[in-house]
Ligand binder design. Structure first.
Ligand code: HEM
Length: 215
C-alpha cells in the first residue's frame, strides 16, 4: 500500500494541475498582470494564513496536528511586511477578503477548531505548496515587478528558517506517513485536501474575474 504522503500527493494531483493552470495563475506567471493584481492576491493570502496561524499555538499540543506546527513555517509576519510594501503603511485599512477567500478562511478555522486531521490537510496544501511552486511564483514576481530578490514584496515566499527545502519536505512527508489513524480517517483527510485545493482554485477564479486581461 502507498504511504500516506504518496496517497495525498497522488490524490490531489489533478487539482494541483487545475490550480496551477488557472487563468489567474497563468496570467501571473506569464507576466501579464499588474502589480495591483499581485497585491490583491497577497491580501487574500493574509486571510488564509491568519486563519491557519491563529490556531497554531493551540494546536501545537495536539497529538495529531502538533508536530506539523513549526515556527519556521509561519508566514503572517512576512505577509504583513509584503503588504506594507505593496499597499503602504495603512495597508490594513484597505484590506478586504473576496467571498471565496472568506469561505476558504472559514473552513480552515472550522477544521482548526473541530478536526485536527482536516487542519493538517489545509496545512499540507498551503505550506508544502509554498515551499515548492511558491518559489517559481517568487522568481516570477521579482522579475515582473522588480522586487528585491527575496526582499519586501516577496518575503511570503522566503523561509528564512529553512536552509534546505528539499530536506524539510522529506521530513514533512515522514510526519504525514507517521500519522496514526485508520484508513477511513486517512480518506477523510485526503478529501479535505482536495477541498483545500478547490478553495484555492475558487479564489483564483474570483481574482481572474477581478483582473481580466484586456485582450
Ligand atoms: C503556478 C502555480 C504553481 C506551480 C508552478 C506549482 C509547482 C509545484 C511543483 C513544481 C511542485 C513539486 C515540488 C516537489 O516535488 O518537490 C509542487 C508541489 C506542491 N504544490 Fe504546487 N504549484 C503551484 C500552485 C500550487 C497551489 C495553488 C497549491 C495549493 C494551494 C499547490 C500545492 C502544492 C503542494 C501541496 C505540493 C506538494 C506535493 C507533495 O509533494 O506532496 N501548488 N508544486
Amino acid at each position: 500500500m502507498d504511504s500516506f504522503s504518496t496517497l495525498i500527493r497522488t490524490a490531489s494531483h489533478e487539482q494541483h494541475v487545475e490550480a496551477e493552470t488557472s487563468t489567474f495563475m497563468s496570467d501571473l506567471l506569464g507576466g501579464r498582470l499588474g502589480v495591483d493584481a499581485y497585491a490583491r492576491y497577497t491580501e487574500q493570502l493574509w486571510f488564509v494564513y491568519e486563519a491557519l496561524e491563529a490556531a497554531a499555538d493551540r494546536l501545537a499540543s495536539d497529538p495529531l496536528a502538533g508536530p506539523f506546527i513549526r515556527p519556521e513555517l509561519m508566514r503572517l509576519p512576512s505577509l504583513e511586511r509584503d503588504l506594507a510594501h505593496l499597499r503602504g503603511a495603512d495597508w490594513r485599512a484597505g484590506l478586504s477578503a473576496l467571498p471565496a477567500t472568506e469561505e476558504y478562511a472559514a473552513r480552515v478555522r472550522e477544521c482548526a477548531e473541530e478536526w485536527p486531521g482536516g487542519y493538517v490537510a489545509h496545512h499540507y496544501t498551503r505550506y508544502l505548496g509554498d515551499l515548492s511552486g511558491g518559489q517559481i511564483i517568487r522568481d516570477k514576481a521579482e522579475r515582473t515587478w522588480g522586487f528585491d530578490k527575496k526582499g519586501d514584496g516577496v518575503r511570503f515566499y522566503v523561509f528564512d528558517g529553512i536552509g534546505n527545502p528539499a530536506a524539510f519536505k522529506r521530513e514533512y512527508r515522514e510526519l504525514l506517513d507517521g500519522i496514526r489513524t485508520d484508513e477511513l480517517e486517512q480518506q477523510r483527510v485526503v478529501g479535505e485536501c482536495k477541498r483545500a485545493f478547490a478553495l484555492n482554485t475558487a479564489v483564483f477564479r474570483a481574482l481572474g474575474e477581478e483582473f481580466p486581461l484586456s485582450a
